[in-house]
Design a protein around this ligand. Structure first.
Ligand SMILES: [Zn+2]
Length: 320
């Protein structure tokens, strides 16, 4: 646990305003090593997914009935970092696991074995293709809500059938679920006392039952980031950020012949003779080419120097 504590401290010092969440799936996998009973799994996840502290305490008490030691051990793992009950509002994200990062990590698995520059280049290309493919898919969507979000919403719509609503005719809604749970909903402020609506940006089953009771349209109560239009707009913006880059990092001049080359193409090309210059980030390629042709580039490398330098860098990478 020590390394996790160090990480928590470092992150809170470096980015004091960022919320630090931990993956509940990994915390559970660790906890399960001691408390192996499969019956406890559902109750543990009840604590992770409880949207408010009252429900968290309720689920913790149920867990403690079966395993008092297990509940104590769970509290030692800092639930404020992995349970929804303690998450800050405003991010419209209720995710308790790390699946988003894990799938990204899996997608860049091949690229991770490259040296740093090639790795970044491979990731950039992958992102460019992926965003374009997703955008093409998104443009075929019909309706106003993104399909995956709509699937989540459908579950809440079905659950809303079991809610009993009391309405005062204005903005006062009281929702009774089973005999034991009662929630207060305000459609004007877009809040439910269960806190799920504020946390995820999606109306919970209690809010949905109130929206239907007041004969309003459900789409109007969903956070803008979950709508198709916003998603497509966001992808368009990302596409414009990920512009195609010239692959060459070196310019080679052979007589009046000028070519842009990537690092791996430089070696074989240099054997044919000519002079080489490195294209620095932010430098104008056309301007550099003109100066190279005119023979007035300050940091121009001779052929031999270029070969030596690439050999040295290759050795460094191989740790020779
Ligand atoms: Zn609710």
């Amino acid at each position: 646990m020590l390394h996790i504590q160090g990480l928590l401290k470092a992150v809170s010092e470096l980015v004091p305003n960022a919320e630090h969440r931990m993956c509940a799936r990994h915390i559970y996998a660790h906890w399960r090593k001691i408390h192996t009973d499969k019956e406890l799994q559902k109750k543990w996840w009840g604590c992770a997914k409880a949207p408010n502290r009252i429900l968290f305490n309720y689920n913790r008490a149920r867990l403690a009935q079966d395993t008092p030691q297990g509940a104590q051990d769970m509290m030692k793992t800092s639930p404020e970092h992995w349970s929804r009950a303690f998450f800050r509002l405003g991010s419209n994200c209720d995710s308790v696991d790390n699946n988003l990062c894990e799938s990204f990590n899996n997608c860049i698995m091949d690229a991770r074995f490259f040296p740093v520059i090639s790795m970044n280049e491979a990731i950039r290309k992958k992102l460019m293709v992926r965003i374009q493919e997703n955008r093409a898919r998104a443009e075929k969507w019909t309706g106003t809500i993104c399909p995956n979000i709509f699937k989540k919403l459908k579950v809440n719509i079905i659950r809303s059938g079991k809610c009993d609503v009391l309405w005062n005719g204005d903005d006062g809604f009281e929702v009774q679920v089973k005999e034991t749970h009662r929630f207060i909903v305000s459609l004007e402020q877009r809040t439910c006392s269960c806190r799920y609506w504020q946390l995820s940006g999606l109306p919970c089953c209690h809010a949905i039952s109130c929206i239907y009771k007041a004969s309003k349209v459900l789409d109007e109560f969903i956070a803008p980031c979950s709508l198709c239009q916003s998603t497509i707009k966001c992808m368009l913006m990302s596409c414009s950020q990920l512009r195609a880059q010239p692959i060459g990092q070196f310019l080679i001049c052979q007589g009046q012949n000028l070519q842009v080359l990537s690092r791996c193409q430089v070696g074989p090309k240099l054997r044919e003779g000519g002079s080489l210059v490195r294209h620095q980030r932010g430098q104008s390629l056309a301007g550099l080419a003109q100066r190279l042709l005119a023979g007035c580039v300050e940091n121009q490398l001779t052929m031999q120097e270029g070969v030596q330098r690439t050999q040295k860098q290759a050795k460094k990478r191989m740790h020779i």
